[in-house]
Design a protein around this ligand. Structure first.
Ligand SMILES: Cc1cc2nc3c(=O)[nH]c(=O)nc-3n(C[C@H](O)[C@H](O)[C@H](O)COP(=O)(O)OP(=O)(O)OC[C@H]3O[C@@H](n4cnc5c(N)ncnc54)[C@H](O)[C@@H]3O)c2cc1C
Length: 474
């Protein structure tokens, strides 16, 4: 008997497993692939994800494998630098190969005690009042109290749950891969510049040692389960560029579409969805992995609280209440970005206009806070603007604030030195620091770093401790 079975060991599943292990939850991750992913697609980790990594002590490890780049220029690839003074200690983008971030998150989960079984595809489940019976492809049955589908865009768990996945199907597909070319770099560069004027996405970018990253529109919308062939690349290059640039010796090849869909529900009883299993959208802006990891961060402590028995009745449902609107917003911004990439005259005019508008600091700041997820404000009711937002990493007398959140517990940061977390001290830490750089008296942080309360009144604080952290143990 496990507490939680997670289907899928992608970035979302691995992050969720680690978050649950911070609270001693017995976690099993089932991954259908026997080996980690082979493609080496570079993904961008945006500011909020970097903050989460810092909060769990992972950032230094991750930084070694990535390349830091300026945070700006991501919205529809409009090349505007980020506005000055972004509200974060980690105001950059980290480019990192997806298999590397997945490996690091999986290692982190295992170090914390999660079990990961590869070559195990979830094919069915049944839930009852006490738990979920999960069936594997080899007929084996396993039992857990909860099941979370982190099994990607074609999620078996979502389909078996019967949860609707409304949205738009792919209108176009793109081929992406890494391969060697047979012509000089200058020849490629000139041709690519010319073609990009009228066809997007299209690029051949040198990747080092004669290998190029190649992106070219596919001939049509096909079966994405089937990887493309080298001949597919050659044919499309010839159709669009008039030459196949002598591409050969592919390292890996894949295809992706621009379908945009959002699960109608994130939870049905004891079964939940997170990451691409709950939402898919085109990769423009590089937000999918970030969104999934942030889902896991939101869900982890709530599901753990449910299992530990101290969760207030509605806590687990705040996962959908908070994260569904965030995904809705990401889907919408990718729809908008996709339009802005069109080479048609109308969208090009809108793009020129938006490019001008981004010279206004507030417009640029709004868009970058959207893409990097630092602008998210959950609806915790009326209160100061900081309520419901995440708090940036600040200096506190013991060092950095985020270092104090590593154990995935709540934290009361008390500048008045008069408050107490009382009976909640088994799940909420306390730090009295009158010198902390905050313009409010005290804040209560949830384990995901969002501000759950602001004030200086003990009774009001106790009410909010109950709201988020349940009844104190008697
Ligand atoms: C070209 C491209 C570029 C991208 N760039 C970025 C970027 O820069 N930044 C960004 O944030 N995102 C980016 N993304 C999106 C990102 O890759 C995904 O959003 C991310 O991989 C989702 O993670 P996940 O863990 O939710 O799902 P997945 O990565 O799909 O992982 C799901 C896992 O579940 C396993 N699985 C599936 N079915 C089962 C089953 N039945 N039982 C057990 N296991 C199962 C799969 O094998 C897989 O390992 C990009 C995507 C594309 C296509």
């Amino acid at each position: 008997m496990f507490d939680v079975i997670i289907a899928g060991c992608g970035p979302t599943g691995a992050m969720l497993a680690a978050e649950l292990r911070l609270h001693d939850v017995r976690v099993l991750v089932l991954e259908k692939e026997t080996d980690p992913k082979s493609f080496v697609r570079i993904v961008g980790l945006h500011i909020r994800s970097l903050e989460l990594m810092a909060m769990r002590g992972l950032l230094d490890r991750i930084l070694q494998y990535g390349r830091q780049r300026p945070a700006g220029g991501f919205f529809a690839a409009i090349p505007k630098p980020a506005p000055k003074g972004l509200d974060s200690a980690y105001a950059y983008l980290l480019g990192i190969p997806q298999p590397v971030i997945e490996r690091l998150l999986e290692e982190h989960a295992i170090e914390l005690g999660a079990q990961v079984r590869r070559g195990c595809a979830v094919t069915g489940f049944e839930q009852d009042d006490e738990g979920v019976t999960v069936e594997l492809a080899d007929g084996q049955q396993l039992r857990s109290r909860y099941l979370v589908g982190c099994d990607g865009g074609r999620s078996t768990v979502r389909k078996l749950l019967g949860v609707g996945f409304p949205g738009e199907p792919s209108r176009t597909e793109t081929l992406m891969g890494e391969m060697e070319v047979g012509v000089p770099q200058e020849e490629i560069a000139a041709k690519v510049t010319e073609i990009r004027e009228t066809r997007q996405p299209f690029w051949l970018r040198p990747f080092g040692e004669g290998v190029y990253s190649v992106v070219v529109p596919a001939a049509g919308v096909g079966d994405r389960a089937e990887p493309p062939t080298l001949e597919d690349f050659k044919q499309q290059l010839r159709t669009i560029a008039g030459t196949d640039f002598g591409v050969h010796s592919p390292r890996w090849m894949s295809r992706f579409g621009d379908a945009t869909r959002l699960a109608e529900r994130y939870r049905v009883g004891r079964v939940l969805l997170a990451g691409d299993a709950a939402h898919i959208h085109p990769p423009i802006g590089g937000q999918g992995l970030n969104l999934g990891v942030q889902d896991a961060f939101n869900l982890g402590w709530k599901l753990a609280a449910q299992i530990r028995g101290w969760a207030p009745e509605t806590l687990l449902d705040t996962y959908q209440a908070e994260r569904h609107p965030v995904a809705e917003d990401v889907l919408d911004n990718t729809r908008a970005q996709t339009e802005l990439l069109s080479t048609e005259p109308g969208p090009r005019a809108v793009r020129r206009l938006l490019t001008e508008l981004m010279d206004f600091d507030e417009v640029n700041r709004h868009l970058i806070e959207k893409i990097t997820a630092i602008g998210i404000r959950y609806d915790f009711g009326e209160g100061p603007d900081l309520l419901g937002r995440r708090l940036r990493d600040i200096d506190v007398k013991q060092g950095r604030l985020y270092d104090l959140l590593r154990r995935g517990r709540g934290l009361l940061l008390d500048r008045t030195e008069l408050l107490t977390v009382g009976g909640w001290s088994d799940r909420v830490d306390y730090l009295a620091d009158p010198t902390a750089v905050l313009d409010v008296p005290s804040v209560l942080l949830r384990p995901d770093g969002h501000v759950a309360w602001i004030g200086d009144d003990q009774q009001d604080l106790d009410d909010h401790l109950s709201r988020w952290f349940g009844k104190p143990p008697s």
